[in-house]
Design a protein around this ligand. Structure first.
Ligand code: SF4
Ligand code: SF4
Length: 428
C-alpha cells in the first residue's frame, strides 16, 4: 500500500483534513488514520484493517500495483474517444438583440437554412441509429431570435430519439429577454430542461452593460429576472451566470442577496470574463486574473454558506469541456463547424461544414488541423500537469487558453482548493 499522489492536506480548527482529488473524498483524519499514513510514507507494510480499507476506498491509500497517473490518462482518453453520444452546440442565428461590451462573437445576421437544419438532423439520426444519445445546446447570437429553427429542429430530433429509443437532452444559452410565457411553454414542450442566463451585476450595472441593440436605453434586468422566475415555474431549471469583472466583483454580495430574496439563490454560478478574442480584447483591462477570480469564487461560496445555502465542491472531470471530446461540435447558422466556442465565426478555425459533409465517419477519421489540434492536446504531455495533485479536478484547464499560452493554464482549484476543503468541513 502507498499514499495517493492526489492527497491534499489542510489543517482547520485543530482538525487534519484530507481531500483526494482522484476520488474527491474529504475526511478529517483521526490519530489512528494519521499513524497509518505516516507508516505508509515511511515504506512500512500495513495490515488490511477496516480503517485501511476505508482509506483505500476514499483514495487516500493506493494499492502498489496501481499507477494513478496512468489510470487517469486512460480515463481521460476514454472520455475523449468513447462514443457515448453526440454533443451539438447549435447557433440558429448569430444575430443578437443585445450589444454587450465583452461579447466574443462578431455580429452577424441571418438564420440557419432548412438545408443546414436537415443536415444536423441527419447527423443526429446516424448517431441515434447506433444507440447514441443526442445532446443539444442552443446558443447564438441570441437563439430566441430564431425560435422557429429551434422548434422545427427539436421536433425532428425528438422523433428520431424516440424512434431509436435513445436519450435526448436539450439546454439553451439565452440572454433571457425574449423568454416570455409562450416561449417558455414551447421550449418545455421541446424538452429544453435548462436555460443558462447571464446577469452582469446589480440592476444599474447590468442595465448599462447588457443594453438592447436598438439603443432605446430600456432597462433589461427586471425583465430578465421576471423571465427566469417564469421559466423556473414551468420546470426549466435556470443556471444564472453572474459575470465577474472588476466592477461586478464589488457588487457580488448585494446581487447574491437580491437573488436569494427572489428565490433564485440556488441557481447561481460565477462566470469568468476574459478579453481574449478579437472581438472583445478591448475589454481585457476590466477582467480579473485567474487567481483573483478564484478568490472571488471562495468569497461567494462563503456567502452562500452564511445564508444556509450549500457551497460548491470540486468535481471530477474526464475531459475539461466539449472541445476535448471527439463527437462534440459547435455549429454556426451557415453550417460551419468548430470545436471551441471561442473560435466560432472565425473561418480559419473551422473544422468543416455540415452542409457539405457527406460522410460523418470520414470527417472524423480525417480531421483537419483545427480538429486534430484539440484532440492531440493533452495535459499528460506537460510535466507540470503530470506532477500536479489537482490534475483530476482540473484536467489541464481550458485548451483554448492553453494553446495560446503554449502550456496549460491552471484552473481555479490550484489557488483555492484548501479554502474549499475548509468550507466543506464547515458546511457538514
Ligand atoms: S476550449 Fe476553453 S473556450 Fe473553448 S469551449 Fe472549451 S472551455 Fe470554452
Ligand atoms: S493546468 Fe495547472 S492546476 Fe491544472 S493540472 Fe495542470 S498544473 Fe495542475
Amino acid at each position: 500500500m502507498k499514499e495517493s499522489k492526489y492527497n491534499v492536506c489542510v489543517e482547520h480548527n485543530g482538525q487534519h483534513l484530507m481531500f483526494n482529488s482522484r476520488t474527491t473524498a474529504t475526511a478529517a483524519l483521526d490519530k489512528p488514520a494519521r499513524d497509518i499514513l505516516d507508516a505508509v510514507r515511511q515504506g512500512a507494510e500495513v495490515e488490511e484493517t477496516e480503517l485501511v480499507k476505508a482509506m483505500e476506498k476514499a483514495g487516500f491509500l493506493v494499492d502498489d500495483f496501481i499507477n494513478e497517473l496512468q489510470q487517469l490518462e486512460v480515463r481521460y482518453n476514454l472520455g475523449r474517444y468513447e462514443k457515448s453520444g453526440l454533443d451539438l452546440i447549435v447557433a440558429p442565428t448569430m444575430a443578437c438583440n443585445f450589444s454587450c461590451p465583452y461579447c466574443y462573437e462578431s455580429a452577424k445576421s441571418g438564420i440557419m437554412s432548412v438545408e443546414i437544419q436537415d443536415k444536423i438532423i441527419s447527423m443526429a439520426e446516424d448517431f441515434a441509429r447506433s444507440g447514441q444519445k443526442i445532446k443539444i445546446t442552443w446558443f447564438g447570437g441570441e437563439p430566441l431570435l430564431a425560435k422557429e429553427v429551434i422548434y422545427r429542429t427539436s421536433e425532428r430530433l425528438i422523433e428520431i430519439c424516440e424512434k431509436n429509443k435513445v436519450e435526448y437532452e436539450a439546454t439553451i444559452i439565452t440572454n433571457g429577454y425574449l423568454l416570455d410565457e409562450a416561449t417558455v411553454r414551447k421550449l418545455k414542450e421541446y424538452r429544453v430542461s435548462e436555460a443558462q442566463i447571464t446577469l452582469d451585476g446589480l440592476p444599474a450595472t447590468h442595465n448599462q452593460k447588457r443594453r438592447l441593440k436598438n439603443n432605446t436605453g430600456d432597462p433589461t434586468f427586471d425583465q430578465i429576472v421576471e423571465n427566469i422566475i417564469l421559466a423556473k415555474k414551468h420546470g426549466i431549471a435556470p443556471a444564472i451566470r453572474i459575470n465577474i469583472d472588476k466592477q461586478t466583483q464589488t457588487e457580488l454580495k448585494q446581487l447574491v442577496e437580491l437573488m436569494i430574496e427572489k428565490g433564485l439563490g440556488e441557481d447561481l454560478y460565477l462566470g469568468y470574463l476574459e478579453g481574449n478574442t478579437d472581438s472583445c480584447k478591448g475589454y481585457a483591462a476590466n477582467c480579473l486574473s485567474h487567481e483573483e477570480f478564484a478568490k472571488t469564487y471562495v468569497d461567494y461560496e462563503k456567502l452562500l454558506l452564511a445564508k444556509n445555502l450549500k457551497p460548491g465542491y470540486p468535481l471530477l472531470h474526464h475531459t475539461y469541456c466539449g472541445a476535448d471530446y471527439l463527437y462534440s461540435y459547435v455549429i454556426e447558422p451557415n453550417g460551419n463547424m468548430y470545436k471551441c466556442w471561442n473560435e466560432v465565426g472565425i473561418d480559419k478555425y473551422r473544422i468543416g461544414n455540415i452542409g457539405t459533409c457527406e460522410d460523418y465517419e470520414q470527417f472524423i477519421r480525417n480531421p483537419n488541423v483545427n480538429y486534430a489540434k484539440f484532440l492531440t492536446w493533452s495535459p499528460f504531455n506537460f510535466e507540470k500537469c503530470r506532477e500536479c495533485s489537482f490534475l483530476p479536478i482540473c484536467t489541464g484547464g481550458c485548451q483554448y487558453n492553453g494553446q495560446r499560452a503554449g502550456e496549460p493554464v491552471c484552473d481555479r482549484w490550484k489557488y483555492v482548493l484548501g479554502d474549499y476543503i475548509k468550507l466543506t468541513c464547515d458546511a457538514s
